[in-house]
Design a protein around this ligand. Structure first.
Ligand code: NAP
Length: 315
């Protein structure tokens, strides 16, 4: 087998962080290779309108925004490949990325693998996930629930956003939250709690997704955490929006992660890791801000760090 070429910089992930890193490293003539995972474009592609990305006073469609970034990265010479990194060997130079059927060699690596939706783990959820009524993406699946009742589980901005989006289609949206106030920002919380089609189901945890025998969701059983009373919400669709788990598995170790599994950058830097020439950016290492714009900023910082490191250490 012939030895693969040694890449200057490989960027893993095509969300806001990865694509911004690609734009910057491509403009620096580093000819970056971007590895694209199972959700090209990252979480933004599953968002509807992005209202808080600077430069878009009237909002911008999440999918369109990532398409624009991709086009911009391509314009400066970024190459894209579909590949899932299974494991890494960062113990020597060049760094090795193992894809299972082949190895990619790189001088510098920027990991921007994002985070995946957290699931509740209740009975029926797994069986009825994907096309059978349980989903994590209102933008993708909301239109299937025209004139039907649906439930959203969660209390953060995602849950509020999903619930509001679903009011366009559903006859009624139950927003099931385990406490009695939303974690979502005030503007989103006010919009959700004030919407005539949204019924807040406070202090409630999901217990069971019903409909496994029939092969489609027929209801969501929830339990009131204060009274222990159970009730079944007569929904056909269940949208799980309870946060995310960082996609750091194949890289840790050797990279350091915190107790939540997020990459732990070196003190004094948001993007430098415990291994020289290896950088992290976006939701795989940020559990505080988690915004498209902060991910883009980290992608930019990682690209500049990689560029400087390559100039100094790897000719
Ligand atoms: P999040 O803020 O972490 O909220 C997760 C929600 O799920 C919380 O309300 C949490 O309850 C609940 N939860 C967690 N585990 C649960 C379980 N096992 N069972 C039931 N409920 C559970 O996650 P997010 O809403 O995905 O937002 C992530 C970040 O993205 C945030 O920083 C958010 O501001 C940002 N975001 C912004 C926008 C926007 O600005 N347009 C849109 C979406 C997301 P507790 O509240 O009790 O912990």
């Amino acid at each position: 087998m012939s030895t693969p070429a040694i890449e200057n910089v490989v960027i893993i992930g095509t969300g806001c962080a990865g694509l911004t890193a690609a734009i910057y490293t491509a403009r620096a003539s580093l000819n970056p290779l971007v590895l694209e995972g199972p959700l090209p474009g990252g979480q933004l592609t599953t968002t509807s309108e992005v209202e808080n990305f600077p430069g878009f006073p009237h909002g911008v469609d999440g999918f369109q925004l990532t398409q624009n970034m991709r086009e911009q990265a391509t314009r400066f010479g970024t190459r894209f490949e579909q590949a899932l990194v299974k494991s890494v060997d960062f113990s020597s130079m060049p760094r090795k990325l193992d894809l299972g059927d082949r190895i990619i060699l790189a001088k510098a690596v920027i990991i921007a693998t994002g985070a995946s939706p957290r699931m509740t783990g209740i009975p029926g959820e797994k069986e009825l996930y994907g096309g059978k009524g349980v989903t994590t993406c209102a933008t993708c699946d909301g239109a299937f629930y025209r004139k039907m009742e649906v439930a959203v589980i969660g209390g953060g901005d995602s849950a509020a956003e999903e619930a509001l989006f679903l009011t366009r289609f559903a006859s009624k949206v139950y927003l099931v939250h385990r406490r009695d106030s939303l974690r979502a920002s005030k503007i989103m919380a006010d919009r959700a709690t004030g919407h005539e089609k949204i019924e807040m189901v406070w202090n409630a945890v999901p217990v069971e997704v019903q409909g496994v025998k029939e092969g489609a969701v027929s209801g969501l059983k929830v339990r009131d955490v204060k009274t222990n009373a159970e009730r079944v919400l007569p929904v056909k669709g269940i949208f799980v929006a309870i946060g995310h788990i960082p996609n750091t598995g194949p890289f840790a170790p050797p990279l350091e992660v915190d107790e939540g599994g997020y990459f732990k950058p070196q003190a004094g830097s948001q993007v430098r890791t415990n291994i020289p020439g290896i950088y992290v950016a976006g939701d795989c290492s940020d559990h505080v801000y988690r915004q498209a714009i902060t991910a883009a900023g980290m992608g930019c910082a990682a690209a500049i760090e990689a560029e400087r490191w390559l100039a100094e250490h790897a000719g």
